[in-house]
Design a protein around this ligand. Structure first.
Ligand code: AHR
Length: 341
């Protein structure tokens, strides 16, 4: 009925009508969507979380716990930022949360010092700050509302007490014992607390020789590297205290490659922290002697804290998560099956 030319004219006509429609109603449509998103966010509690990085299995589990807690279904709008181990990135993230006027700021400080100014800015903006996992070293404690995390000093003491008991059990409590320490991120609460707690117990034993404590940054690669240095420097290491499981995995590889054995029936005793699923398997088969648990499941605790703040209930300045100590005696099938990280 229509010639080729007529089809062309119709097509151009349709295009013109569509363009006109988009011009008239398109912008309205997008504004509606934006408004809706804004309203959705407005009805929710907006939480800005600055995670310090993703250096370890523990950190991944901690991030998942927070992301599973602050969901839209639970009434939250989560803005999550990973600082990749850099304090400057955390400072930027916190400042961006302040300018976005979030309702709460949660952050896991990579190190303890250097936070006064930014916390003061958050306080002046009226945004409550909750510390997760690690602490900050500030004179004015009103700069944050509470802190949810582990008692790292107690974890360090638990490691020391385990070693005391084990040496008695092995009838070696009066013999000289050579110890090396793989430390986590220098200046972080977990490093400071675990080193101090272990030292408190070690100081009571003149026969415990701490040969060296060196930073291995909580990573497996660094753990292996630093352990190799220790093995070259010290031929008679009896005990390795490794401040997290990731460093322990690397250290065990280095020790085995050097021809020495580890664990319950080995040459070198292994004391580790975190109690990740893979590490607990190694406790169960005797590769790791003891694992001091550090509980990454802090999301639920943080939810409760915000619930209390929303209800204007009084809150404590410090909440400690529950933690255990695992040896071959108590890593049961049930424990292994229950571990989700
Ligand atoms: O601050 C907690 C520590 O940080 C965990 O022990 C470690 O694995 C993590 O990276």
């Amino acid at each position: 009925m229509f010639g080729k030319r007529s089809y062309g004219v119709i097509a151009v006509g349709i295009l013109l009508v569509m363009t006109l429609f988009l011009l008239l109603f398109g912008s309205r449509l997008f504004t509606d969507i934006e408004e809706e998103a804004h309203i959705t966010q407005e009805n929710r509690i907006v939480v800005g979380v600055s995670q310090l990085g993703s250096e370890s299995g523990w950190r991944t589990a901690n991030t998942e716990s927070v992301q599973n807690a602050f969901t839209q279904q639970n009434g939250y709008f989560l803005i999550f930022h990973n600082a990749r181990q850099k304090q400057e990135n955390q400072l930027k993230a916190i400042r961006s949360f302040i300018s976005q006027r979030v309702d709460y700021i949660i952050f896991s400080p990579v190190v303890e010092t250097g936070w006064e100014t930014v916390l003061q800015e958050a306080k002046e903006a009226g945004i409550p700050v909750i510390l997760m996992d690690r602490k900050v070293d500030v004179e004015d404690e009103s700069l944050y509302v509470t802190c949810v995390g582990s008692d790292f000093e107690e974890e360090g003491e638990k490691a020391g007490h385990w070693l005391e008991g084990e040496l008695v059990r092995q009838n070696r409590s009066s013999q000289s014992v050579n110890i090396v320490i793989l430390a986590g991120t220098e200046g972080s609460s977990s490093q400071i607390g675990r080193s101090a707690g272990f030292a408190t117990v070690a100081d009571r034993h003149g026969n415990w020789n701490i040969l060296e404590e060196k930073c291995a940054e909580f990573t497996s690669t660094k753990g292996k590297e630093v352990m190799k240095t220790f093995l070259r420097r010290y031929p008679d290491i009896d005990v390795v205290v490794s401040q997290n499981d990731d460093m322990t995995f690397g250290a065990i590889e280095a020790i085995k490659e050097s021809g020495r054995t580890v664990g319950v029936n080995g040459d070198v005793m292994i004391i580790s922290y975190d109690a990740l699923g893979d590490a607990l398997e190694m406790v169960a088969d005797g590769t790791i002697n003891v694992d001091i648990e550090c509980n990454p499941n802090q999301g639920e605790y943080l939810l409760e804290v915000i619930d209390m703040l929303e209800a204007e209930e009084p809150i404590e300045k410090r909440y400690y998560v529950e933690e255990d100590v695992f040896t071959i005696e108590n890593v049961t099938e049930e424990v292994l099956n229950g571990r989700t990280y």
